[in-house]
Design a protein around this ligand. Structure first.
Ligand code: B12
Length: 304
């Protein structure tokens, strides 16, 4: 492939490539002196490939919660270091099945959807559903997020990963025998939370505890979750919320949901949303991890 010419991208190309709007690009140019496009013969802006790479990195960091004003003036190296630090956390710990997770991540990066689905289904069959979810799916999902953050995976690869994972988890869930004895658990994410894998992982772990499960999927209005809980006689409404969800919206929606759910229906919330570790809204049970599910189910076991 020929190296890109120094200033060959139009503002429309940059908008498409980075996801940053044309107005934002013009405002940053005025306000921060970056980017600094040249003008072509018609006076239109032309951007250099290196600038576009920096813009792409900035967009990823903004999406992950950083403020633009603090990013635009940094060098590309500093921005990448920031991305690496943000991606470092519990997710960086090697999982017990680290090599297997590495190999699966490679398949995502190669966008080999068939091989990925096949390998995931094989891992589920080998380890059993619970160990597959806790030791493979959860760490792999974190690694996918970290790789996206570092710019090693693109958004379409995240979609491809999600589709393959959902197909395998749905197949595994539908092959479980009907549950009978545990509490009835209703699953959903709130409006503003498009991420659904946490919900599916929690459903798999809870279904294995012999709990009848009903999932409404992602971005379900509070009134609909409450109506379903009443109609289906749910004992627990289980909500998943990632770090992506706006803090105020999450707290407000949880408070609303608590008010609208029948009083004897417990409200659980899981997922990495950091606000949940600081605030515990009244009447909401924080179930922070998949491993914490067992303990959270204890009150129902004692009641049996
Ligand atoms: C797949 C994915 C996507 C897919 C989602 C597709 C889908 N249908 O689900 C797509 C591509 C659409 C997407 C989009 C975006 N995403 Co995204 N995504 C992910 C990824 C890789 C997995 C998401 C997920 O389902 N997580 C949920 C679970 C798996 O994680 P968890 O919250 O840590 O929960 C754990 C436990 O708490 C427990 N749990 C979870 N829920 C529940 C519920 C109950 C009841 C219980 C008991 C337990 C439990 O299980 C999990 C396993 O350990 C994450 C990486 C990550 N670490 O999560 C990023 C991630 C969530 N995305 C992120 C971002 C920034 C985005 C985008 C804004 C940008 C982008 N990537 O394009 C958009 C947002 C779109 C929008 N409209 O708002 C960031 C959020 C960071 C932040 N601070 O805001 C993350 C963390 C990636 C990263 N490292 O930066 N994303």
């Amino acid at each position: 492939m020929q190296p890109a010419a120094p200033f060959d991208m139009t503002i429309a190309d940059v908008e498409r490539d980075t996801g940053l709007g044309k107005d934002t690009l013009r405002v940053w140019e005025r306000r921060y002196g970056f980017p600094q496009p040249q003008r072509d013969a018609q006076g239109e802006r032309r951007y250099a490939a290196a600038e576009v790479e920096k813009l792409r990195t900035i967009k990823r960091l903004i999406d992950a919660g950083h403020r633009p004003g603090r990013l635009v003036t940094r060098t590309l190296g500093e921005l990448k270091a920031l991305g690496d630090n943000a991606a470092t956390g519990p997710g960086e710990m090697r999982s017990v099945r680290g090599d297997e997770v590495d190999a699966l991540l490679q398949l995502v990066a190669r966008h080999d959807a068939d091989a990925l689905r096949h390998a995931l289904a094989g891992a589920e069959a080998r380890h059993g559903l619970r160990a597959f979810v806790v030791d493979v799916v959860a760490p792999l999902t974190r690694r996918v997020g970290e790789s996206w953050m570092r710019g090693e995976l693109r958004v379409f690869e995240e979609h491809l990963f999600t589709e393959a994972m959902q197909a395998v988890l749905h197949a595994a869930l539908s092959s479980l025998p009907p549950a009978r004895y545990g509490p009835r658990v209703l699953f959903a994410t709130l409006p503003g939370e498009p991420h659904g894998l946490g919900l599916l992982m929690a459903q798999a772990v809870i279904a294995l505890e012999d709990c009848p499960c009903l999932s409404l999927g992602v971005q379900v209005p509070v009134a609909d979750i409450a109506a379903a809980a009443r109609a289906w006689r749910a004992n627990i409404a289980a909500i998943s919320a990632t770090a992506c969800m706006k803090r105020s919206l999450l707290l407000e929606s949880l408070a609303q949901l608590r008010l609208q759910l029948p009083p004897d229906c417990a409200l659980w919330v899981g997922g990495a949303a950091p606000v949940l570790d600081r605030h515990s809204p009244d009447g909401v049970v924080r179930v922070p991890t998949l491993e914490a599910i067992d303990e959270a189910l204890q009150p129902w076991r004692c009641a049996e």
